[in-house]
Design a protein around this ligand. Structure first.
Ligand code: NAD
Ligand code: TYD
Length: 337
């Protein structure tokens, strides 16, 4: 494993992973393969573009021909698949795109790995495949999947396919199931960057339902370290949960953002709940800890670092909050009332 195709590498976690890998492994080649949907941005890769070990290809993971040509052109031996339609609310509005990229796209990549005999396929999955987990339970890797949104169902289906290629074709696969990430380059449709940037603009923070849903927010670089560890030390055919193992209520997360920014709690605004909203995700992360990983950031540290990044990087997020973003915002937050 030294020539990596990073699909979805222009998105939030993918771009952080690219910066992380280029800094840590100067001998590796990193090729980003990304369709550049609304969520993918070349500027997330600005510094990486200067590296002689980096290349960028614009392409769709559902496009069999371009995938195969790129693998051959760059002598790729391993794929890390971040490419996905990742927003639950958008998957509720448009479930077709989620299934197309998250499931059919994953299969196109698996077929390329099979036909071109690559050394590794790593699937980036999510804690959402387990469905809503009532307290005090925690999801372990062997638990059944009960996905409840088009997004999580498409991710769960992809994982089943990945595992079937391991069993049937002996494909060298590994999988990580991450909890919610936060950090630099997070597209401001997701809760933490949305609340942060709205607060900076003195706009309401839209809290779905009663705000008592829980998520395990982890710092994106901690997640990248976990993926790196599983790539190098994980067992083939296995999946690993990645998270802090600590959950926070949405309303508490929103209040903390306002406190960090010195903004009033009166900006908290309750809005209609998301359809089929999963109340709680919670991971048992002992399997990954046994492999030698632990997160370097608590939730408070991760949140403070993230909010400060958005304060320091208005030039990154301000242009995003225009055009298509405003149309989506209107559909999601004004017309849904
Ligand atoms: P993101 O939405 O920020 O980025 C997704 C990237 O994929 C974009 O660059 C987009 O252009 C690209 N893409 C979309 N469709 C494509 C296609 N058909 N072909 C090629 N590229 C395509 O996503 P993210 O938050 O960085 O998530 C990355 C991965 O991590 C996803 O697989 C997601 O399911 C998973 N994940 C995310 C989180 C989270 O908290 N964000 C948590 C767990 C798992
Ligand atoms: P999100 O960032 O969309 O991630 P996910 O749904 O994949 O966990 O949402 C995180 C939590 O915040 C989730 O419980 C939904 C909630 N939420 C709001 O309350 N308001 C919002 O405007 C958004 C986008 C999310």
């Amino acid at each position: 494993m030294k020539n990596f195709l990073i699909t979805g590498g222009a998105g939030f976690i993918g771009s952080n992973f690219v910066h992380y890998m280029l800094a840590k492994y100067p001998a590796y080649k990193i090729v980003v393969y990304d369709k550049l949907t609304y969520a993918g941005r070349r500027e997330n890769l600005e510094n990486a573009e200067d590296s002689p070990h980096f290349a960028f290809v614009q392409g769709d993971i559902c496009d069999e021909k371009t995938v195969a040509e790129t693998i051959q052109q760059y002598n790729i031996d391993s794929i890390v698949n971040f490419a996905a339609e990742t927003h639950v609310d958008r998957s509720i509005m448009n479930p077709v795109d989620a299934v197309q990229t998250n499931l059919n796209g994953a299969q196109t990549l698996l077929e390329a790995v099979r036909n071109l005999k690559l050394e590794r396929f790593h699937q980036i999955s999510t804690d959402e495949v387990y469905g809503a987990i009532p307290a005090p339970n925690r999801s372990r890797e062997g638990d059944p999947f009960e996905p409840r949104s088009p997004y999580s169902a498409s991710k769960a289906a992809a994982e089943h396919l990945v595992y079937s290629y391991f069993v049937t074709y002996n494909l060298p696969v590994t999988t990580t199931r991450g909890s919610n990430n936060i950090g630099p380059y997070h597209y401001p449709e997701k809760a933490v960057p949305l609340f942060t940037t709205n607060a900076m603009e003195n706009q309401p923070l839209p809290i779905y339902g009663d705000g008592m849903q829980m998520r395990d927010w982890q710092y994106v670089i901690d997640h990248c370290e976990a993926i790196d560890l599983v790539l190098h030390k994980g067992k083939l055919g296995e999946a690993y949960n990645v998270g802090t193992g600590v959950e926070t209520h949405n309303i508490d997360m929103a209040k903390k953002i306002l406190d960090i920014l010195g903004k009033p709690h009166s900006l908290l605004t309750y809005v209609p709940d998301r359809a089929g909203h999963d109340r709680r995700y919670a991971l048992d992360v002992s399997k990954l800890r046994a492999l030698g990983w632990k997160p370097s950031h608590t939730f408070d540290q991760a949140l403070e670092k993230t909010v400060k990044w958005f304060v320091a990087n208005e030039k990154w997020w301000r242009p995003i909050k225009s055009g298509e973003y405003l149309e989506y915002y209107k559909k999601q937050y004004v017309e849904r009332r």
